[in-house]
Design a protein around this ligand. Sequence first.
Ligand code: CP3
Length: 368
Amino acid sequence: MEPAARKLKPATGQARLPLFLRAAWGQDTPRAPIWVMRQAGRYLPEYREIKSKASFWEMCRTPELAAEITLQPIRRFGLDAAIIFNDIMTPLPPMGVEIEFSPGPVIQKPLRSLKEIEALTVPSQAEIAPFLEAAIKLARHELEPTGTPLIGFGGAPLTLATYLVQGSGSKDFEHFRVFLRTEPKAAHLLLEKLTELSIRYLKAQIEAGAQAVQLFDSWAGLHDQRTYREFALPYNRRVFEALSGLETTSPNGLSEAPRIYLAVGSSHLYPVIQELPCEVFSLDWRMELGQIRSFFPGRTLQGNLDPTVLLASLPVITEEAERVLQGGLGGPHIFNLGHGILRETPPEHLAHLIRVVRAFDRQQANQR
Ligand code: CP3
């Protein structure tokens, strides 16, 4: 295990570091910080208002719009972290791949052969997403008064490859899984290129001001341990290693951005995933945090409320959230959902969840 995962950054001024960053760097904070995946999105009327006037790509590629959407949930709820609005697909068009959203990503010409993969270019860091760097700078400026930290993100190489080869979302992703078996050389070349792309995409975000980064491996859970070890682990490791020690600007001067890894439906992979050099593991709801902790000794756990709980009544939300908070007590914990918030979620249910999480005193609960 990489010792870097355990050190607190920066060494001075820790008390002034926002709660989210303290927890991400491994501190057992007095209460769990909370943010939620997809906190800027279709469940918010103010998001739908912008969406009615702009296409999804326009929203991603216009810095003022992307920054505004990022801030919407912060203004409404005052969460403990903001996540820059964009998409894991953002760096792919500059490689030469056409993508539309309907509402999930649709690849015009799915990649299936070595020749098509050889034709992909890896754009330079400056070419990938200058609009995203501008959006991050705008959002950081707006967030300054509240001190809310800003998270950058990208897709893990395997998850990006899943979409590029399958062509769209799917239940079984059968084209992709067959491709890994029949074209392993082409698959490794694709993953090599996507690894380099992801490193540049995430570095650009940290250099622009992202104070933490999350790597989304939404489809890792499709695979068995052996396949994950061959096609995911080495590439994810390279991405995280390349981001180690990168400095971002913060109110306290320069500090490193903690690295968060999210895999969905992947409880069977935890014994392998734990080898990744990152500070935070974001987990879905399929196992309780208390049971998971032993797989990730000394690391911060993020999660893991089932997003459908937010569709239930307020007393159910309280009960389920407290169960998650209780499970998170054995070490550093960042409260989040196990996956993105659902479109049908009433915003006041998220407001209630935030109140429940903020009212939960971890020190007191630990003594009970
Ligand atoms: O969390 C946030 O608030 C930041 C924004 C964000 C978006 N996508 C905006 C978005 C983040 C972090 C993502 C990540 C993302 N995008 C992932 C990984 C997370 C996950 O869900 O597993 C994936 C797989 C994608 C690809 C993607 N983009 C999908 C599957 C979809 C459809 C989502 C859906 O709910 O139907 C998108 C479109 C997208 N990206 C939307 C948003 C807000 C919905 C677009 C709309 O308004 O119609």
